[in-house]
Write a protein that binds this ligand. Structure first.
Ligand SMILES: Cc1ncc(COP(=O)(O)O)c(C=O)c1O
Length: 462
């Protein structure tokens, strides 16, 4: 290729990019929209396996699996075929009471085999936020249908992320998701997270995990158990917390407390479901079962929007037994979308046949092992991970665990450096988050670790 030709081609590409960006800035509103974050956006064009390619033809490792969701990697023909075949046969049909279709029934059956044994029945949404709303409404419905409508409060955790609808944002423990949108929905409150690196307690009689879980008991007693419907938590806090892995005794104690006070336990497995942490569902690590489990993301690897909730037999019984006039009056047009269900079935088949759950555990251990020595850096406070979910927390001062001042823009500098080295991922509150596709191989894991090392060395120093 002559230099002249390359220059001309590059010029054409630059013009093309400018035109797209101009139209984008004029007419497209983005999640977490702000033009200052969008001065030179990436225009993603294609993907294959763990790699993403932009308009300029530059390739990056997809260090966050898109939005923590592309488990089986990009460019999977099986999922394209599943969608195309279902669209050709029956692109849409309602799943409201009185109608059903085979993909939804088959998916519910498959989930019954994969999810916690006590979970009996499933409702499908379009994503995670509406799954949160559905869980919250279902918990309130459950108590209301049993003559306890005053039991409606929802307890969640600071730094927890549950979505951006009115209800899901009210459960979310990150203030920015609510403060600019007027008053929060009524009946939501938050307790501190079990953030092993930063959690402090005056208690000396119990472990930090138990002390953190007991904050739930304190909150239930303060509010009055007769007013609390449910506790909602991510097994590993992802988007809001920057990959927070609880101590092993945290969730067993949470389960005990929920049982003691008749409070439903909702496990938000939108990030942790379907093998991300090295188990099909993450509470399996600690031998705990929820009353409601909610999921999205990995169920279709992002090839089609789908989320949902699974409920215990006790909840399903209440839903089945109420008077028809007092039924669970909840529903979305695209609930149990047949194409989404067909894609989910094909995606779960791949996860199972390719052993991606075990792979996540094995390669997650390898990633953590390669990253662990980074803890020797003067500015790396903690390196943590579970399965293919990892967080590297950067601090200014390791002795005090103080973060760099926001004005330093260190998180953005690290993210840009990672990108310049070929790794596209998220840095939340100076925590490098990693959640690559579960199909990643050893060599690619090692490349991620090398890039993170170099980026840390060149931004904050080793
Ligand atoms: C744990 C958790 N719950 C809920 C959501 C909301 O899901 P969605 O963005 O699909 O609405 C997310 C999204 O990142 C999430 O991580």
């Amino acid at each position: 290729m002559s230099k002249q030709f390359v220059t001309a081609a590059q010029g054409k590409q630059e013009n093309q990019k400018s035109a797209i960006v101009l139209q984008d800035r004029s007419h497209l509103i983005h999640p977490q929209h702000h033009p200052s974050e969008h001065l030179d956006p990436q225009i993603w064009e294609s993907g294959e396996g763990v790699m993403l390619r932009n308009l300029e033809g530059e390739e990056y490792i997809d260090g966050l699996s898109g939005m923590w969701n592309v488990y089986v990697g990009h460019g999977r023909r099986e999922l394209v075929d599943a969608a195309s075949q279902q669209m050709s046969r029956l692109a849409f049909s309602t799943a409201y009471a009185g109608s059903t279709h085979r993909p939804a029934v088959a998916l519910a059956e498959r989930l019954k085999e994969l999810v916690y044994p006590g979970i009996e029945a499933f409702y499908f949404t379009l994503g995670g936020s509406d799954a949160t709303d559905t869980s919250v409404r279902t918990a309130r419905f459950y108590w209301g249908a049993q003559g306890r409508p005053e039991k409606f409060k929802i307890i969640s955790r600071k730094l927890g992320y549950h979505g951006s609808t009115i209800g899901a944002a009210a459960a979310t423990g990150v203030e920015e998701f609510s403060s600019v949108f007027g008053p929060r929905a009524n009946g939501f409150l938050q307790i501190d997270s079990p953030y092993p690196y930063r959690f402090t307690t005056n208690r000396t009689d119990v472990s930090a995990g138990v002390a953190a879980a007991d904050l739930l008991e304190d909150a239930i007693l303060r509010e009055g158990p007769e007013s609390v419907a449910a506790f909602i938590a991510e097994p590993v806090q992802g988007g809001g917390g920057g990959v927070l892995i609880p101590p092993a005794d945290y969730f067993p104690r949470i389960r005990e407390i929920c049982d003691r006070y008749d409070v439903l336990f909702i496990s938000d497995e939108v990030i942790t479901g379907f093998g991300r942490t090295g188990r099909w569902f993450a509470l399996e690590h600690w031998g705990v079962e929820p009353d409601i489990v909610q999921f999205a993301k990995g169920i279709t690897s992002g090839y089609f929007p789908l989320g949902g909730i699974g409920v215990s037999g006790a909840i399903k019984d209440v839903m089945d037994r109420v008077d028809p006039a007092k039924r669970w009056m909840h529903g979305y047009t695209c609930s149990a979308h047949p194409v989404a269900c067909a894609v989910a079935l094909a995606n779960l088949r791949i996860i199972n046949e390719e052993g991606l759950v075990e792979r996540s555990l094995r390669l997650g251990e390898r990633l953590l092992e390669k990253l662990q020595p980074l803890k020797e850096s003067a500015h790396v406070g903690e390196v943590r991970g579970l399965g293919l979910l990892a967080g590297i927390e950067i601090v200014e001062d390791k002795a005090t665990k103080a973060r760099f001042p926001e004005s330093s823009g260190i998180g953005k500098k690290v993210r840009d450096k990672l990108l310049s080295l070929g790794l596209c991922t998220r840095v939340t509150d100076d925590i490098i988050c990693l959640a690559p596709p579960l199909v990643i191989n050893e060599e690619e894991v090692d490349r991620i670790a090398d890039v993170v090392w170099t980026a840390v060395a060149e931004t904050v120093g080793l």
